[in-house]
Ligand binder design. Structure first.
Ligand code: PLP
Length: 238
């Protein structure tokens, strides 16, 4: 049976191969291990294999896991909230997470900024954009991204790090790449419009099945769950 350490090695090898094919520095693509539905033991196993950044979709589950790992003495982990965020959950997120990639409206960003405890560094955030325009999906419309990004960047306890997108699966790889290319174009355009701030450096796109396509189009952070931890056996509830 494949272990988490073996799977991690396999994912890192995939990232290196695609970077080599496209002339990209593998050090410029971060790996976020998406640990939703898997327990603290799985996270500790990945951490022992050198993985330090973890993503969670469900706030309560994430907060419990963060506490469990701290109690187990596993230090130096970085936690990213990547799931849809409701107003009544922002305080827990502001108090426990390091990053929020799924900021999709100003009201949520304002609450996160107000609720970020003074003793912690600013919360690192990405604006989630609905790059393929799927009607039911979360995310800021591309046409509104600049205004939203400017407003979020002005909040005192947040640091705007870039964009995140979760495009719907497309009929083929070429179509998927085109969506990732659109996201990359929006990212570079926004970056220029914001005055090229140094820490606006994150384009979060690509998952287990399509990380190669996303990296080929400029992803700087891939969010990988099942290729590291295995298939999710149940759906956790929010
Ligand atoms: C679950 C999830 C992932 C990981 O998906 P895999 O296909 O298991 O790699 C990445 N990003 C988001 C936002 C997710 O919800």
């Amino acid at each position: 049976m494949a272990t988490i350490a073996n799977n991690l090695q396999g994912v890192r090898a995939r990232i290196q191969q695609v970077c080599a094919r496209h002339g990209r520095d593998p050090g410029a693509v971060r790996l976020l291990a998406v640990s939703k539905t898997f327990g603290p033991v799985a996270v500790a196993e990945a951490a022992a294999a050198g993985q330090c950044a973890f993503g969670e979709n469900y706030v309560q589950e994430g907060v419990e896991k963060i506490a469990a790992l701290r109690e187990a003495g596993v230090a130096g982990l970085e936690w990213h909230c990547i799931g849809p965020l409701q107003s009544n959950k922002t305080r827990l997120v502001a108090e426990h997470f390091d990053w929020v990639q799924s900021v999709d409206r100003l009201k949520i960003a304002q609450r996160l900024s107000e609720q970020r405890p003074a003793h912690l560094p600013p919360l690192q955030v990405c604006l989630q954009v609905n790059v393929d325009g799927a009607p039911t999906k979360a995310g800021v419309a591309p046409a509104e991204a600049l205004a939203q990004a400017q407003a979020v960047a002005a909040l005192p306890r947040l640091r705007l790090r870039g964009l995140m997108c979760i495009p719907d699966p497309q009929p083929d790889a070429a179509a998927m790449r085109r969506v990732f290319a659109q996201a990359a174009q929006l990212f570079h355009q926004l970056r220029a419009q914001l005055g090229a701030p140094e820490d606006f450096d994150t384009l979060s796109m690509g998952m287990s099945d399509d990380l190669e396509l996303a990296i080929a189009e400029g992803s700087t952070l891939v969010r990988v769950g099942s290729a590291i931890f295995g298939r999710r056996a149940y759906a956790a509830s929010a």
